[in-house]
Design a protein around this ligand. Structure first.
Ligand SMILES: [Fe+2]
Length: 390
């Protein structure tokens, strides 16, 4: 985020002598993206982050695409997924392309090791559960409805105190940011944006842990996990400043837009990446013209695959979905409200729906793991129960 933030103790100027109480120098590290031209922070370590004891392979992450040849609207039910052990190593792949990957985690345990994603930014939507996201830059408390944005390269680990935890994980090849059209030329979120800097939660409670030993960090790169063991606790930072850090934003802080007649999904946009956007559908009053049709019109998202994660069981235009459902409406087939839903919505005053939408500009592949939780009849749901308004 382009919001300058500082925690702990830092020297008067960058790149000058900064000594530890014992006399040695702190190690200054530039942590940022796009080489030396993107967002960055300057981080001051007690030890050198380069002090590596060993490296060893952990596992390959081979995401296998469904070989099913037919093409249709699809529906997956994450409630059918079994919990797994690790929030970082055991994610269940669902949908992916070269730009973005969607997976699901229901960790039973906290990871012992630390984690660094070196191939993508992560946006983790917390559907259930709560805890603390720890990093060398401070901690973020999180709970249901939070988006946790972890830029690539930052060591972190989750400490989950409220279970079950149900986490929707979006990994992005490009870096994740707030939509460009929400920001002015200086990077500040404008009055017209549906959230403001005040809603962006930044790390707090910087802990400086000066401890020698063997500390494994699992690094994700090239779709494989490598265990890199360093000779000191990685949370050895005494201070940092800059614009590159993990941050949190609650879906409940999104200020939904409402019009006289229906407004399209871009008004719900929350994040943008390279090749995709993320939108938040939040509780809101419906359109206020007496003749407005509150539910969306049928649409063909040409050159876009549309994924919706249903964060509550209520969604104005769908039947047959449940909490935790994911629908995939790919480019090439139209989709829209189920029969009867448009008529039933007339005169309604508002909706309590809560959903996260991922729209990609290149086609998504369906992971084999997703097929196991698929509702195979979904593509016929517009004809199998005509007129039904559950
Ligand atoms: Fe849609």
């Amino acid at each position: 985020m382009p919001i300058y933030h500082a925690l702990g103790q830092i020297p008067r100027k960058r790149h000058i002598v900064y000594r530890q109480p014992g006399g040695g120098l702190y190690t200054e590290e530039l942590m940022g993206n796009m080489g030396f031209s993107g967002l960055a922070s300057l981080v001051y370590h007690v030890h050198q982050p380069t002090q590596v004891l060993s490296v060893e392979p952990v596992k390959e992450i081979a995401w296998v695409a469904d070989s099913e040849a037919t093409f249709r609207n699809r529906h997956f039910r994450t409630s059918r997924l079994a919990p797994t052990r690790s929030v970082t190593a055991d994610r269940v792949p669902l949908l992916f392309n070269a730009d973005v990957a969607l997976s699901f985690a229901q960790p039973l345990e906290d990871d012992e090791q630390f984690y660094r994603n070196a191939q993508g930014d992560e946006v983790v939507y917390v559907s259930d559960g709560g805890g603390l996201l720890e990093s060398p830059l401070g901690s973020l408390a999180f709970g249901p409805g939070d988006y946790l944005v972890v830029p690539r390269g930052i060591v972190h680990r989750y400490r989950i105190s409220e279970r079950p935890a149900r986490l929707l994980v979006i990994e992005s090849a490009g870096f994740v940011r707030t939509p460009h059209r929400y920001r002015n030329e200086f990077g500040q979120l404008m009055e017209t944006a549906p959230f403001s800097e005040r809603d962006i939660r930044r790390p707090r409670d910087l802990q400086t842990i000066d401890e020698k030993g063997a500390f494994p960090i699992v690094v994700k790169k090239d779709n494989r996990l490598t265990r890199v063991t360093v000779d000191h606790h990685p949370f050895d930072v005494v201070g940092w400043d800059g614009c590159y850090y993990p941050w949190a934003f609650s879906i409940h802080d999104f200020e939904p837009r409402v019009g006289r007649v229906h407004l399209p999904p871009p008004v719900h946009q929350t994040f943008e990446g390279d090749g995709f956007v993320v939108c938040s559908f939040c509780p809101r009053p419906y359109d206020f013209d007496p003749s407005a049709v509150p539910v969306p019109y049928v649409h063909s998202n040409v050159m876009s695959d549309e994924v919706i994660y249903y964060a509550s069981a209520e969604f104005m235009s769908r039947k047959g979905i449940e909490y935790g459902s994911i629908t995939l409406h790919p480019d090439g087939v139209p989709h829209g409200p189920h029969p009867g839903r448009a008529e039933a919505s007339l005169g309604a005053k508002g909706t309590n729906e809560l959903a996260v939408m991922l729209d990609t500009f290149r086609p998504l592949r369906v992971a084999k793991d997703a097929v196991a939780i698929e509702d195979p009849a979904y593509f016929r749901s517009w004809v199998d129960s005509p007129g039904q308004t559950p």
